[in-house]
Ligand binder design. Structure first.
Ligand code: 3MF
Ligand code: MG
Ligand code: MG
Length: 344
């Protein structure tokens, strides 16, 4: 049993297509995924706007709300909540050079239209969380836009979302690069600064993804801790990543076990989840994974989270205190290795 409630996005179960090759698995219908997620013990689903309402660009505002209401009925049928809605701003021809900080006014208006529709969908699905992953917000060519202007554009865009809906909470998912070269908002520190600069910092927080922290050269457990210290860790995307390269979204803990342990430990020490927060997974199956194993990476990640919860629950804080008093960090480190690996 876990102390956490878990959430997952439908994109976690995917066909295996990547930039270099086509699908290696069959597509699974959305309702089948929801049913399976609920059987696996997830309590909430994360949505992109067009996961929730496909083809929303072709619909008017009322039609979009009506489609979202139908989705809510489907979620209710499986006793699943919606955790958040995120505008998928990186796929559209309007956003090839970014959305909120595109140099084209028409593209910026399009991005804001999608953000507002995402808020409408969130309202219909019964969640107050809008996640923004700023995929293409930054520069491909360093001289193509001023980073000062781009940063202020982002703040103003968030202000407009906050003004549009007095209850919505904007949750930024920072990432230093990919697909954009130089991101404007790469770490939790950036998220806190952006939050503080908006008209309502109490409604702007963060979503820490383990892989994104590693891509920034940081330890995800410290990024989590930093956001927790600011009371701004409103969701997480647990996964793993082998060093600073393309975003891999590996199963949680399979590359960096000690960092994974420390992520769970810091979440537990700070009672993460006590205000209704979910532990979200953002993991991808490998290209070689078969159709039958389409959900294996999620099952594995859940098992690893739970195993690390057990390890963290056994962490001996008295021993740690003694080690710290004596500055015996060699001893403390080996204690952790023993806890994780059974070696003394
Ligand atoms: C990319 C991501 C995204 C976001 C998702 C929700 C596909 O690196 O992590 O997952 O998490 O779009 O904002
Ligand atoms: Mg990612
Ligand atoms: Mg993510």
């Amino acid at each position: 049993m876990s102390r956490f409630k878990f959430s997952v996005g439908p994109w976690n179960v995917h066909t295996g297509a990547d930039s270099y090759g086509p699908a290696t698995r069959n597509d699974i219908p959305f309702e089948e995924k929801v049913k399976k997620f609920s059987e696996m013990g997830f309590s909430a689903i994360q949505f992109h706007d067009d996961d929730a309402v496909p083809n929303l660009n072709d619909l008017n505002e009322e039609e979009i709300r009506a489609e979202a209401r139908k989705l809510k009925e489907l979620l209710d049928k499986y006793h699943m909540a919606a955790e958040f809605v995120a505008p998928r701003l990186w796929m559209d021809p309007h956003t090839i050079d970014g959305g909120f900080m595109s140099t084209s006014k028409e593209d910026r208006d399009f991005a804001m239209w999608r953000a507002k529709r995402s808020i409408d969908i969130a309202n219909e699905l019964g969640t107050d969380m809008l996640v923004i992953w700023l995929a293409r917000e930054g520069t491909l060519c360093a001289e193509s836009k001023s980073p000062v202007w781009a940063t202020r554009q982002l703040i103003e865009a968030i202000n407009e979302m906050l003004r549009y809906d007095s209850k919505i909470r904007v949750v930024i998912e920072p990432k230093p690069n990919e697909p954009i070269d130089r991101s404007i908002c790469g770490t939790m520190g950036h998220v806190m600064a952006i939050s503080a600069a908006t008209i309502d910092p109490s409604r702007v927080g963060g979503n820490l993804e383990s892989a994104h922290a590693i891509l920034a050269g940081l330890d995800p457990s410290h990024e989590i801790g930093f956001a927790l210290a600011m009371n701004k860790l409103w969701t997480v995307h647990l996964n793993d990543q082998n060093g600073i390269k393309f975003d891999q979204d590996k199963s949680f803990g399979v590359e960096n076990l000690r960092q994974a342990f420390n992520q769970i430990k810091v979440l537990m020490e700070n009672n993460y989840g006590s205000n209704g927060e979910y532990v979200g997974l953002d993991v991808k199956a490998m290209r070689t994974t078969t159709d039958e194993d389409s959900y294996k990476h999620l099952e594995n990640s859940l098992k690893i989270v739970k195993a690390l919860e057990d390890k963290a629950a056994r962490f001996d804080y008295d021993f740690q205190k003694k080690c710290v008093e004596n500055r015996d960090f060699e001893g403390l480190e080996m204690y952790v290795m023993n806890l994780l690996m059974g070696i003394e």
